[in-house]
Design a protein around this ligand. Structure first.
Ligand SMILES: Cc1ncc(C[n+]2csc(CCOP(=O)(O)OP(=O)(O)O)c2C)c(N)n1
Ligand code: SF4
Length: 350
């Protein structure tokens, strides 16, 4: 991964540890509505990848269909990208990582793309623990097709037209934990500090890092009856902890009083440091994660922060016991059986 690379000899003054400037992490100009939460998320992705020091050309950006799925065009223009079919990004991401496990992979999806049309693919991505960051830009509606309710819309929440949603929501965080996902976080597009820390921690995690971000659709879902509006999110956020991220290439020092913080060491040796907000929440306990999510659902609050983490479970690529060299870099003689071997196989079948 990029983290072993040395900075170029002459780095500009404001550059990261690899010698890149923020502009190296930007993409095309956004064509989304002014004020869309998705654009705020794009800015935090740019910041997190810059601060963590990821080699831009070593990144694979993947998405499906929707306003959210357009956003990979707006960050990291020097990386690889594939905008797939609606809801089918997990299969693409799995293929990409099987071919080249050295790539840092980030998928951006919508709540419709993930929890409605793409649900079947999403659950298998989590179950397999495919090593990637998977962001759901969750606005409770299908923004691109003009604001119909998605499967994450809360019961009773209202559409712009005033119609109330009469179906219960799917909580993607609870579902992800249930399916064995080992990094489950939730944030709000209007909280850049929390988002950047969580994204950097996700970069240090090996396995699927599932990140649900409430991202208000200012055109179709930002009114009084909506539970995914900026105002509702600001008024009903239940913050689990304050978060800071300590990269592995810096010396780790503890600057909080004992008993007030929880340090979680990630696979690359970096730390995510959780400073207790109003409760001593333990993100390594599955039972606590479920209970807290359920309590928040009952009180119509939404939890933000690192909801669940487990650094022990092997990811999909380790389980497959693949070659050290990425498949994409192997010469033909290592990927294709010889003519003799093929003849023997054919003879066995006769
Ligand atoms: C197979 C298929 N069915 C339906 C559509 C129409 N469609 C395009 S985007 C979209 C919804 C996207 O919603 P979401 O994933 O929530 O993203 P948002 O636009 O809200 O960011 C739908 C239904 C499509 N493109 N392809
Ligand atoms: S329709 Fe909604 S989700 Fe799509 S760009 Fe506009 S504000 Fe964003």
């Amino acid at each position: 991964m990029s983290t072993t690379m040395q900075p170029p000899a002459a780095s500009p003054k404001h550059s990261n540890r690899l010698g890149y400037v923020t502009a190296d992490y930007k993409g095309a100009d956004s064509t989304l509505c002014a004020g869309c939460g998705h654009d705020a998320i794009t800015s935090q992705i740019i910041k997190a990848f810059y601060e963590y020091g990821v080699e831009p050309y070593n990144v694979a950006k993947l998405s499906g269909i929707g306003c959210s799925s357009k956003t990979p065009a707006y960050f990291l223009s020097r990386s690889h990208g594939f905008n797939g079919v609606h809801g089918r990004m997990p299969a693409l991401a799995t293929g990409v990582l099987l071919a080249n496990k050295q790539l840092v992979s980030i998928g951006v999806s919508g709540d419709g793309d993930t929890a409605s049309i793409g649900m079947g693919q999403f659950v298998h991505l989590l179950r397999r623990n495919v090593p990637m960051i998977y962001i759901i830009e969750n606005n409770g509606v299908y923004g691109l097709t003009k604001g119909q309710f998605s499967a994450t819309a809360d019961l009773g929440s209202k559409a712009k037209s005033g119609v109330a949603n009469d179906l219960p929501p799917i909580d993607v965080c609870a579902m992800a934990i249930e399916l064995g996902c080992n990094f489950v976080a939730r944030s709000f597009a209007g909280d850049p500090k929390q988002m950047v820390s969580l994204l950097k921690a996700a970069l240090g995690h090996r396995g699927t890092a599932m990140f649900d971000v409430i991202s208000p659709c200012v055109t179709f879902n930002n009114h009084d009856g909506s539970t995914k509006s900026y105002k509702y999110a600001k008024d009903h956020e239940e913050l689990l902890h304050e978060i800071s991220f300590v990269p592995f290439f810096e010396q780790i020092t503890v600057d909080y009083a004992e008993g007030e913080t929880k340090d979680v060491e990630l696979h690359d040796g970096s730390h995510i440091r959780l400073r207790k907000a109003d409760k001593g929440y333990d993100p390594t306990s599955k039972a606590e994660a479920f209970n807290t999510l359920r309590q928040c659902q009952e009180s119509n609050e939404f939890l933000t922060g690192l909801i669940y983490i487990n650094e022990q479970k092997p990811d999909f690529l380790s389980l497959l016991n693949m070659t050290d060299d990425p498949l994409a870099t192997l010469p033909q003689e290592r990927t294709q059986p010889s003519e003799n071997d093929l003849r023997e196989i054919m003879a066995d079948l006769m």
